[in-house]
Structure formats: C-alpha cells, structure tokens
Design a protein. Structure first.
Length: 362
C-alpha cells in the first residue's frame, strides 16, 4: 500500500490525523484526490447515510456595522444599496420553505446590535415558531452578539447558530480584519463558546484560498474544528470582491480550480475527522464551477442551502463577486436539484430538520 493510502486508511479507521498527514491529503491530485473523496463518501454513508438536508437561506438584511476586509457588504462599501426585509417578506419565505418540505431555514444578515434590533429578531422568531407547522429547524447567522441576546433568541425558538471563525490562525485573522475591538479574534472565540454553553447546535467554518493562507494553516483549521467539537461546518472558497480592500491581493491567491480542489479536499478530510457532523455544500463552490456543490456532496457534504431570499434583494447581498442568483422559479429548480443529488448517490430528505447526529449524540 502506498504512503498516501496508509494515511487515508488510518484516518478513516481512527478519525485521527497528524497535521502533516492532513497536508498530504489536502495536496492530493488526480487518482489520490479521487481516492480521498471516495473514502470520505464511504465514511459518510456508514455514519450519517445518504441523506442530504435542505436549509432555506434568507438574507434578511445587508446592513452591517463591521468592515471585514474581504466582504462585499462591509459597512464602508458605499456602492451597496442597503435593505432590510420586512417581517412579512421573511415570513412568506419561511412559509415557502415549510410548504416545500425544507427541514430548516437559516436567517443570515450583516452584523447589527442594539435593543431595537434584538427585539425585532425576537419578535420574528416568536412569529415563526408559533405560526409555522410542522416545526422547522431555525438557524441564525447574525454575527457576534452579547450572551444575553443569544439567550433571548434561543428562548424565542432559534436552535442553531452559524458563526464562521474564517481562519483559526490569529495572525491571518488579524490580516483579514481591521485592527480594532470590533474585529477581535478572541471575541469571536468567546461567542462560539457562549453559543455552545447556551445549548445551540453550533456551526462554524473557514474560507479557503485566502491571501497569506498556507496548506499547513488549512490543516490546522481542520484540527481546530475537530477540537472545538462543532456540530455543523460551512466552508468554501474565498472569492475576491472588487469593492473591498482585499481585492488588491487577488493575484496572491490560488487560481479558481485550485481553490475548488482545496475546498473539496477540506470537505473530504473533515468528513473523515468528524463523521457525524453536518457539512454544507456551500454556494461559493458553485461560483468556482457550476457543479461545485455536487462535488462536495460526493466528498461527504450532507446539507445544501438553496437561497430563498426574495429575488429582488439577492443582488444586494453580494458578499463576493459572481454570486449565483437563485432561479426565478425555485419550484422548478427543486426537482432539478433533487435529480443532481441523486446522481451523486445521495437523496434529498424532506420534512425533517436534519439535526446533526453529532449534536444528538452529545
Ligand atoms: N455577518 C455574519 C453573517 C454574514 S457573512 C458574519 O459575518 O458572521 C457570512 C460569511 O460569508 C462569512 O462568515 C464569510 O465566511 C463569508 N464571506 C464573506 N465574504 C466572502 C468572500 N469574499 N468570499 C467568500 N466568502 C465570504
Ligand atoms: Fe459584516 Fe459578516 Fe461581511 Fe463581516 S463578513 S462585513 S460581519 S456581513
């Protein structure tokens, strides 16, 4: 057996790997890359099965108080048309999700804080929980919030929270964010630990192919995710946006094909390290290649997040360039998506929240 196969077999059997072994796997190309994906898929089938869960993504607002250097809706980008969806539009998107068998929804937005804002989200959560039957899994992705706010939202019906660490390397994190208290690595970590203590199903993730990011750092990201014992992970390629400060470093990052390859390899390695978590096939993968999400499904991902934001607003929520718009008629797109997923040997599981086994086993 080759060294590569030995490393892969050992990881699949034990769920453990040294950092240098992960860098070997993350560097896989050609036949080795295919072997890595196939092994991840094998582990996925025996740990969480062939199901793929749908999570309807609603981009509630692009207002943000932060200035992450990579993000297209950062506060300082004056070319963005800012919007806030009203409660009725959000509720009708949620109803669409429930009526079409989505097991969960994710409410995402730029980061805002304050009593009025907190109350507004609380009211919305209460309306969703009381009016939508059967119960949907409700995921929030609203950035860093004080513990009291996270508790209030949990008590109002939110069950899951997504907060990406972006990179587990504090020095790289500093390079990607303004150097001030609003963008502190340690407060991001503190929020993740508060979420865990409050009983949320916790999701995080990283961007892949960032300027200044090495393959060793990505291996460390994987080990960090494993140590954190998170329940859900969403990770995908970094995609430069021309109205951001990081745009000028776009020549320093790997080419699109390489960012895609690396992202799929990250998904596969993560499935081997954490067999029972939920892993999303993120939309950013689809920007790199039209079937990018399907490649992730074939490498162990088990969640897909169709965008169900009202179409007129999807253009204004451009975190990165070339974001795909959801098809005009999502109802027509769903059977297509189901077919694509079945071609990957998997099956969309409707009408079930799809809580991660990792959380249920905790
Ligand atoms: N404001 C919240 C949620 C919205 S941003 C937050 O920051 O947590 C959601 C995610 O989009 C971020 O965590 C980041 O990982 C991703 N993102 C932002 N800009 C990106 C870019 N240029 N390329 C790829 N992903 C990006
Ligand atoms: Fe705001 Fe999130 Fe973008 Fe940072 S990544 S600028 S917090 S929307």
């Amino acid at each position: 057996m080759s060294d590569f196969s030995l490393i892969l077999e050992r990881l699949a059997a034990t769920g453990k790997a040294e950092s240098e072994h992960l860098t070997t796997l993350l560097s896989a190309r050609g036949e080795h890359f295919a072997q890595l994906c196939a092994k991840a898929q094998e582990v996925r089938m025996r740990s969480v099965g062939s199901w793929v869960y749908l999570r309807g993504l609603i981009e509630m607002s692009n207002l943000c108080r932060k200035n992450c250097l990579y993000c297209g809706i950062r506060a300082a980008n004056s070319s963005v048309t800012r919007y806030v969806l009203d409660a009725e539009s959000i509720l009708s998107a949620v109803t669409f999700a429930a009526d079409n068998g989505f097991g969960s929804i994710a409410l995402q937005a730029g980061e805002r804080v304050g009593e009025v804002y907190t109350r507004r989200v609380t009211d919305l959560l209460q309306r969703i929980s009381s009016s939508i039957k059967p119960q949907l899994g409700i995921t929030l992705s609203l950035g860093e919030q004080p513990e009291s706010v996270l508790r209030e939202w949990k008590n109002s019906g939110a069950t899951r929270y997504l907060l990406r660490i972006e990179t587990s390397d504090p020095k790289l994190y500093r390079m990607l964010h303004p150097d001030n208290d609003l963008h502190s690595f340690s407060s991001r970590l503190d929020t993740l630990s508060n979420l865990r203590n409050l009983g949320y199903i916790v999701g995080t993730g990283v961007m892949i192919g960032l300027p200044g990011q090495s393959i060793e750092m990505l291996a460390q990201d994987l080990l960090w995710l494993q140590r954190q014992e998170v329940d859900m992970v969403g990770m995908g390629p970094y995609i430069p946006h021309m109205d951001t400060p990081l745009w000028h470093k776009r020549h320093e990052i790997p080419r699109a094909e390489e960012r895609l390859r690396l992202s799929i390899a990250m998904v596969a390695c993560l499935r081997l390290l954490m067999p029972t978590i939920n892993i999303a096939a993120t939309t950013a993968l689809q920007v790199m290649q039209s079937d990018g999400r399907e490649l992730a499904i074939r490498a162990g991902a088990n969640v897909i997040m169709p965008n169900i934001t009202p179409e007129c607003r999807q253009n204004d929520y451009a975190l990165y360039s070339h974001k795909p718009l959801a098809q005009e008629n999502l109802l027509d797109a769903l059977p297509h998506l189901q077919r694509q997923i079945s071609l990957c040997g998997c099956e969309v599981q409707l009408h079930t929240p799809g809580d991660p086994l990792h959380f249920l086993n905790r």
